[in-house]
Design a protein around this ligand. Sequence first.
Ligand code: GLV
Ligand code: MG
Length: 353
Amino acid sequence: MRSPKDFFRPLAVGAPDPVREIPFRPSRMIHFFDPSNAKMAAKVPDIAGKVDVLLGNLEDAVQADRKEAARAGLVDIAKATDFGDTQLWVRVNSLDSPWGLDDLMTLVREIGDKLDVIMVPKVEGAEDIHYVDRLLAQLEAKAGLRRPLLVHAILETARGVANVEEIAGASPRMQGLSLGPADLAASRRMKTTRVGGGHPGYLVRTDPVGEDLNAGRQTSQQDLWHYTVARMVDACAANGILPYYGPFGDIRDTVACEDQFRNAFLLGCVGAWSLHPVQIEIARRVFSPEPADVRWARKVIAAMGDGTGAVMIDGKMQDDATVKQCRVVAELADALAARDPELAAAYAATDED
Ligand code: GLV
Ligand code: MG
């Protein structure tokens, strides 16, 4: 047992104090790049200005013989680049891999002051977060860091999903969770062969209309990820941390990508991964509330005064619960507008209507 007081004490002498709240920083798209790929690395300064989060990926999709080059590449890029107010994250290799320990030791020592969040893949339970928590405290103390690094876990094993609440609450460093649909599908022994998205075989069908079981029956594809995203959102909200959709692998299918991202947004997620520049714009569009919704939210908030009682607006009943929903939208709009001048203008225009 750990007392609540201990929870907010550093886990190593000289390490920075843990944070008490996870600050909300816009993170609509977590843009992945491979730091071992010189062509991609050269684009980093340009892309940094276009995304909320830039993530150096050291794990899957980086070949085994490129792991060390990727780690060294990220160190060089981080030292050479001014990221402005764009966050820099890293996805380290998993804790059971030959590279995970060296990733953490090197990155905290070399660029700990530049990194915001460490994404840890294949987290199975609170014990994985406790291990990283203590290790990071030791490394932060050694490196003389003044600001604690935050931790983001990928939900991509069946055991991880079963333990999602305890993972979300395992450390004050926990910043958020991402759905990892590709590894999760494998871990669950699902029969898909894709990275995220739906499947035409996963559907429901209307009842038969006569003797012919095939005639006149509508089918509707269902969302394979609904259960996991909803569980992840609850675990995050209950622990004051942020949920994200993960990767959508069919880069060409921008339409289905937008649908998956939007479902996640409507269910409570704040962002998704972008694996290709085309997905940056999709995430920006989807995870920024529509100006019309912001206008409506502000109208309800203004009409509700101190937030109690009930009023009718355009024939729709508003009360304490709707004003709370509207505050979520309006506060998100304000936070995004502070970072995104185009959105600020679109939201300001709604005030003038
Ligand atoms: C992401 O890492 C995934 O496995 O989907
Ligand atoms: Mg994965």
